[in-house]
Design a protein around this ligand. Sequence first.
Ligand SMILES: [Zn+2]
Length: 1010
Amino acid sequence: MLNLEWNNRLEAWRAELKKQLYRPLGPITVSGFVTLEHLTPQQALRRKFRPMPVGTVWGAEWEYAWFRTQITVPKSAAGQRIIAYPAHYESVAFVNGTKAYMTGRNQPLLLTRRAKAGEKFNILFESYAGHGASPCAAGPVPLDRVTVPKALPTQAIVAATTFGIWQEEVYQLMIDVETLVGLMTKTPATSLRTVKVEEGLRDFTLLVDFEQPNEEFLASCRDARKRIAPLLACKNGSTTPVMYCFGHAHLDTAWLWPLQHSKRKAARSLAKQLELMEEYPEHRFLFSQPAQYVWLMKHYPELYTRVKRAVAAGQVIPDGAMWVESDTNIPSGESLIRQFIHGKRFFREQFGINSRVFWEPDAFGYSGALPQIMQGCGVKYFSTQKIFGSSEGGDSFPYNDFIWEGIDGSTVRAFNHHDYCSQTRTDETIMRWHWRRQRENISTILFPFGWGDGGGGPERDHLEFIRRHKDLEGVPIMKLAAPIDFFHDLERVATPNRYVGEMYFQEHRGTYTSQARTKRGNRQSEFAMHDAELWGTIAAVVAGYKYPLAHFDAVWKEILLNQFHDILPGSSIRRVHEEAEAAHQEIITAANQVSHMAQSALVKKASRSLTVFNSLGWDRQSLVEIPENVPLPNGATIQKVAGKTFAEITVPACGWTNIQNTSCKQSAGVTAKTNLLENDRLRIVFNKAGEITSICDKQSGHELTAGPCNRFLLYKDVPGNWDAWNIDSMYELQPVDITAPARIEVITSGPLFGTLRLTRSIGKSQLTQEITLRCGSAQVDFITVLDWQERHKLLKVAFPVNVHADEAIHEIQFGHLHRPTHRSRQYDAARFEVSQHKWTALAEEGRGCALLNNCKYGVNVLGNSINLTLLRAPLGPDMLADRGRQEFTYSFFAWNGSLADSGIVRAAYELNSPVTTVRGDAGEQSWFRIDAPNVIIDTVKPAEDGSGDVIVRLYESMRTATHCSLKVGLPFAKAAQTNMLEQQPVKLAIKNGAVALEFRPFEVKTVRLH
Ligand SMILES: [Zn+2]
């Protein structure tokens, strides 16, 4: 080990060496203008530039400045590597035309590797002023503190900058020395290797003489390089781990900056990598999100052309499989499939590449439905690093290399890497091997390197270190390669490791709830598109309707973009969520327009009647508001509420009926009193606070409550870190008293339904809830509007039920899974808040209770209490997250018999997908119908290839192998089962217009009808 004296000397020499890298030649003066627009360089050059001397302030919130300057290389610098430091802010630079280069904050811009005397460089660059602070952690926040202050009126200042010579010989010596220093600190102190390295480093300080004119100093650097060169030529022995490395820039599509700024970040990142590839042809860079390629194509066409060339040369690697690196807890199953359909199609069409690696480094947990969806989309490999990343402890994830098995038994090969913002310094490279999670059955590692989150990616240093780590004694071998090459090599050896089920992330549990309007918009967009695709498809086949294939392709991409892992989880700044909410409104409007046009094309007969449409794959009874002048059949049971007339209509599966088919059910009706809702199935008693004190199941005689239900629970919710992301477990220790007087009124009581209105305050927030029970139903709907005005609070609604189970059942995409209702082990305790889709249930063998929802994803079940998470109020990075009007519906649902026979999946779909009506009469029709109640027709759509074929996607929902038949009303000649990309058809037998199908438990099937 170097003694203190030598160590001090080495430190001093290393520090001085860094100061000798750059020799300024002259100042840079700029002229410029500011704008909020995203201009091309050509557009910018047509604007008026005014002088902006050093000290000029500029840059309001969201503002950009375009600057220009000219640099002339003096004679004395001929032959040198010339760089400039033009920008103090994140910038995209264009040198001598439209070719984009990257500069970051105070980062050098390479002008030439070998200057000519008098050579001129015209530099144009666009710099971002910023938008103020975006804190992710707030901690405890006193009432008078503003966590996200408004940006200053001018945020930026033109600073004194220079251009000059980059002393390449000094730089190369610096990397040599840093390599040896890294090695010395991480290899055993007593090894001969370490001792030899120490001797070399001591000699380096004796040889390099800074106290000389520059030429002599450079000569001393050359002598030092010669002295230490043999140490860098030493090779490893025969047992050395191999790291498959590739450059990467984790680029959040939106996060602490808006989408429009990510476009610049993508350009900067790629421009930088292309520049590096000219000097380092061995460089490999993974660029993983097609949505970001499209930005380059549209805004930076010159850059995109160069990216395409680099892809052809094998340098830029297009892979990752999804359209964006999506959240996977919240999107529907169909959305996840579309992520792969659109992602893979882009890579294939643009680059001829079959993308097979699902690159998902940063999402907050990985759904147990993914292995099947990946397999169905021809995506064989998975990689993340997040699952190791919980800063809150918990039960640690055991493997790097493993087989991942989903809820249906499908498997993919997975390899979890470490860190997506990695450096390649020698010490880090050595430690990367030591950090690996798995000690045995592993000899290679996937190693993305480069700066990330806001993009950027590798710099020269990264690649220089990798050049030195090709095979250097004491350092793992670094090999530049694409992720797919890693997986192909990995797969040659079977792994004994198998991980079954979801990869639950033991942190960021608040992301199932934060920014509730973004989540609701996503759910509504998914269902609006579900309906529009179904009716558009049917109308195209039977009524000559022109299906808007290209338009819907674009609409889907908007849905997919907003499922990005910082948008849908609710962890972005305010502007991102405002834009997401606006995007969802546009999506829903576009989808509803198509549904309406298609339905109108289907209902040709002008008539005073009304046609009711059911987009779900089973017959259903639905309450329908009947417009005033629509004649109802004689004897129809109706109920009038506040001047509106309601009737119950039975509507056939994926079809319609007119209101002549009113189901005139003569039941006992529903009694509503201020403390009671009762029908022939349930008797529900309320207290004065609007809580339910008793639910009697009149069929079985069981009392279903085990405590007050519909009880609101408000907690202090102050995460120690990651405000919008985390719910810390100690929230339970800080309940907030919300006892307040409530008002309950009877809205209606009658043959078809009874409704109570509950009005009360919760903290500073006002709640109005319409509580409805329909005749013959064991479901109570709570249609809720809340003016939410809290800070750092968490709102849940509790339903403690009289059901005994040590696991709760949670719906996820295309199925469900079980999670503990207790905290016996660390593994159980860590799951104190989990994600769900449309329902969570507690079930005994012969009965059960559940909560359904129309837009809520967070829940916890402790003992026998189902606690649905309704709202949070994080203070960063959006200080006003979730304030204001909130709308949501949840439903209590009870059944007797098995879960499989409960009808819960159907009930949850019905809650999310109300029937729709169009004036006119088209008789009665059903177009798709399945004869097994556990098999769900999830999606009907036209084939992606524009052939006019119809795609029906179905899944088995109750973990039960099932034979069934799909009855199709549309005329069709052939039926085939395909993969989820609608390819590789296998013929299916047709009998009497029905297609015979056989399902594995939780299997998803794609049927193509010609
Ligand atoms: Zn991210």
